[in-house]
Design a protein around this ligand. Sequence first.
Ligand SMILES: [Zn+2]
Length: 452
Amino acid sequence: MNISLDKRISALIDQRDFLNDVRKNHWCILKRSVLEEEHAIMYKLLVLVFVALAAAQKASYENYKVFRVLPLQESQLNVLRQIEDHDGFALWNGPSHVNMTVDVMVAPSKFGEFVDLMNLIGTPYASYIDNVQALIDTETSSVVRSTTRFSYSVYHTLQEIYAHLDDLAEQHPNNVEVIIGGKSYEGRQIKGIKLSFGESKPGIVLEGGIHAREWISPATVLYIIDQLLNSQDPEVRALAEGNDWYIFPNANPDGYVYTHTKNRLWRKTRKPYSTFCYGSDPNRNWGYKWNTGGASSNPCSETYAGSSAFSEVETRTLSEYLTSISDKFYAFISFHSYSQLLLFSYGHTTAHIGNYDELYAIGKKSIDALAQRYGTEYRLGNVAETIYVATGSSLDWVKGSLGKPISYTYELRDKGRYGFLLPENQIIPTGEETLDSLVAMFKEAAKRGYPN
Ligand SMILES: [Zn+2]
């Protein structure tokens, strides 16, 4: 990412030098009064060129590779943990434990450095994705796009998603109501829907898209909305109609727009923290055990915790909304990708605290049901133990601060073959198996007396 930024800056400097030359020539041939006018015009032109160039540029990941690395010792893990703070390296799937693979995206200019480093510390590695840009280019081309109706099998822009939520409320006035869960730094709404059938029921909150580049998350949430409204399967109907639903497909709207317009692999919010570093990780910014591990204090980091808990307007306003409906819901599910994991609290400690045993048992039924349809295998456990210590997530805040008993995070497909760039033809299968697991989750929760 920084490489492409470097390129962008040097392109701008080249452009500026060129314009300066043009301006110097004018100095030689024009009178001073004319020149002053010219100067002002050129300055305006220059500004326009800067703005136009900045707007037109879209980050390219041509020939970037994703390497899969297998740390064999704790010391190797420590080196890998430091890698993301260096230009040209980005962690797609961060270091967790010895003998568990790590996915690192490397810019072409850093291949030599990367190979030297891996050989120096003696860590096995292999190229796993050969050209990231090629995957970006093919991600959205496998499915024929309908122009007449909203398709659940393609990735949509934020505008399309929000228009669709409005349409649903119009088409189903008795069951769907548009709700606003908060706002973004750039002034967008965090738009969602409340879905209800008949008299008021205990609620389930679904949060999608808090990490901008994880496109399968909002796409899966949209598929679930469709099924909750339209499925004729008796088990899905029971799940849909036995609960009220508060559903936000895009909890980080600025970031999501940015992944469509500027940088497909953007993860964070878009609040500027320094000249070159924007955004904090909105899933490290919530106010429960904030920044007590597994988050960064460096604004340039992908896991920057923010300047304080709830420094991001997105997390602050969404947390206020959730607090305002706290007596109306008992379960919270957030959707991320990738890795195929079903996670629950907490992220700050590997200790089994809260209702660990119960969440494990419910989660086990869920992942078993998920595997039935397509054989997709998930791992299950608390965040700190299953992946790594990470603090400031919405999951932990809902559990720790609001005390909600049923609180899970899905890391959806896949296991790294496509990573964040899951092709569109996997959207429906991902949605189907995830809905299967939700049916099983809430059946098992009900058996255990939830909501109580
Ligand atoms: Zn995520």
